[in-house]
Ligand binder design. Structure first.
Ligand code: MG
Length: 360
């Protein structure tokens, strides 16, 4: 969208950088998008017609099943009481004047699968045509609306980050058809002083088609304006919107994302000895399945068309720098190589005797 007016974009970028320099980073949403909320001149995305079949995905074993067609035991009203939303024939129905529906459990980073349907007999137009939405952390709405042909503002279409970013394409199906959302959401992060560290993001597939690609929420979504972040708890409830329309839902499940990966006890190794030129060059050679060469004071092992730097632990034992494995030389009393054993954790052991003193 910035290509439409490069000069204006440049000014916005400079302004954003200047604000960031003063610690007001990420604050002014309009400066960054160039669009006011619900700007009717904002281009509508092109249609990308999804496949005809329902893309229903059964929950994996580690999912929290929020709705399987039976009851509302995972949900409550805004105050934690019993919600008036209805469950009928295995379908959850947004019931007008019941208020939003909230999960009892709180979430932050997650993968959500949710299926929704605008009733085929929907009569109203614009933002009143089947409006609902899924809110992450009670604050960040991915819009639900009948928008295949219904005209409305681009940042209020199905799959929009409401009031901020339209979907990349219009991948909606017509009213009366079930549609699916698969959403990866990451919550915002805050510094200890309460300032914003990183924004919330969403990657969204509608009916199997990518419509938000790691999009950043400019702030909590709201009607008619952009809104800035303020520090919020790490986890909050997921919510479905009651916008006065009987939008229907089924098969809702969520997986909490684990953001921290296990770290190795030892990262990439460092040399534990220093080899003299002479000692290094005695190891260089062609060993059949693998070859050893040197470049300056660094030693390399080539195997399977891969060259890996060797990290000396001793004069005869070397770890692969970036691969789980090691190369061990059996040296005679004069320090000459009798044989060499290449151990690759993922690909077994190779034993070689030196075929030549060069590694070509
Ligand atoms: Mg909505």
């Amino acid at each position: 969208m910035f290509n439409r007016c490069r000069t204006r974009s440049t000014i916005f970028s400079i302004a954003s950088f200047a604000l960031a320099s003063f610690g007001w980073s990420l604050a002014n949403a309009q400066l960054e998008t160039g669009w006011k909320a619900h700007d009717l001149s904002r281009p509508l995305p092109k249609v990308a017609t999804p496949a005809d079949e329902d893309l229903t995905v059964s929950p994996p074993s580690d999912a929290v099943i929020l709705f399987d067609g039976s009851d509302l035991k995972q949900w409550s009203d805004s105050q934690g009481g019993k919600s008036k939303w209805q469950v009928k024939d295995g379908v959850l129905i947004a019931t007008p004047k019941s208020g939003n529906l909230f999960t009892k459990k709180k979430f932050s980073d997650c993968q959500l699968h949710l299926e929704w349907e605008i009733p085929a007999d929907i009569k109203r137009e614009g933002q009143a045509r089947g409006n609902s939405g899924v809110y992450f952390m009670e604050s960040f709405e991915i819009q639900i609306l009948d928008t295949l042909t219904n005209k409305t503002y681009a940042d209020g279409m199905a799959g929009a980050i409401y009031g901020q970013y339209p979907p990349l394409v219009n991948a909606a199906r017509p009213a009366g058809k079930w549609q699916s959302y698969d959403i990866v959401f990451h919550g915002p992060r805050f510094n200890e002083d309460g300032s914003l560290k990183s924004r919330a993001t969403a990657t969204v597939f509608l009916n199997g088609i990518l419509i938000q690609d790691n999009s950043e929420f400019l702030g909590p979504t709201t009607w008619i304006k952009h809104q800035d972040y303020s520090k919020s708890p790490n986890k909050r409830r997921l919510s479905l919107q009651d916008h006065g329309n009987p939008t229907r839902f089924r098969n809702i499940w969520i997986r909490e994302l684990v953001s921290e990966r296990p770290q190795p006890e030892k990262p990439y190794p460092s040399p534990e000895v220093e080899l003299s030129d002479d000692k290094m060059k005695r190891l260089v050679g062609d060993y059949g399945d693998f070859k050893v060469s040197n470049s300056g004071d660094r030693l390399f092992c080539r195997f399977f068309q891969t060259e890996m730097e060797l990290v000396p632990l001793s004069e005869s034992e070397f770890l692969m720098k970036k691969c789980a494995g090691k190369l061990v030389f059996d040296l005679d009393a004069n320090g000459e190589v009798k044989e060499a054993k290449l151990h690759l954790d993922a690909a077994g052991k190779r034993v070689g005797t030196k075929k030549s003193a060069t590694a070509k």
